[in-house]
Design a protein around this ligand. Structure first.
Ligand SMILES: [Zn+2]
Length: 180
């Protein structure tokens, strides 16, 4: 059953998906540089390269029928899942990795063998997700991509990217649970 479903999904990789994937991989460094460093370019909603990239990623998602919470194959490589992730997230990574390999086959390009240092940083992943999936809900910019302000990025990174902070938060939560 599972095998049949996997085969069905793999069989549906279209040329449109492969072409968009290839384009996205070419532009990804530009976009990820911006996610890590807001000053690298004007950013989503203001930069054409960032827009082309996210459009290509959206085509990949649509063609593959990915849900917003699934990992896009453009954000992984043909490399093992992070060891510190839980089993559910590791399985999600492995699925994305399988799609990455198949897309590269169809697009006739090499798989990505080396990740960027920040690829699986939780703060970076959260900023990436928000700017890809969130849109301005009202006001003059309604429907435009939601571009995080620097202070908002700082808050996200402060919570999710800094190990010391994360451990401190978890220690407090554990203590609270014990006390309850
Ligand atoms: Zn840009």
């Amino acid at each position: 059953m599972t095998r049949a479903r996997t085969r069905e999904r793999i069989a549906t990789i279209s040329n449109a998906a492969a072409e968009a994937f290839k384009k996205a991989l070419r532009l990804r460094d530009h976009r990820e540089d911006q996610i890590v460093n807001a000053k690298a370019c004007p950013g989503i909603g203001l930069c054409e390269t960032c827009a082309s990239y996210e459009q290509a990623v959206a085509v990949v998602s649509r063609e593959l029928g990915l849900k917003p919470w699934e990992i896009n194959p453009v954000d992984v490589g043909d490399v093992p899942h992070p060891r510190f992730w839980n089993a559910k997230r590791q399985a999600a990574w492995d699925r994305a990795r399988g799609l990455h390999v198949r897309l590269c086959e169809v697009a006739k390009i090499e798989t990505v063998k080396k990740l960027r240092l920040t690829d699986v940083d939780q703060g970076v992943m959260n900023i990436r997700w928000i700017e890809r999936n969130a849109f301005v809900p009202d006001g003059p910019d309604i429907g435009k991509p939601f571009r995080l302000r620097q202070f908002q990025r700082d808050v996200i990174n402060g919570i999710y990217s800094d190990d010391g902070y994360r451990q401190a938060v978890q220690a407090v939560l554990k203590k609270r649970r014990r006390a309850a």
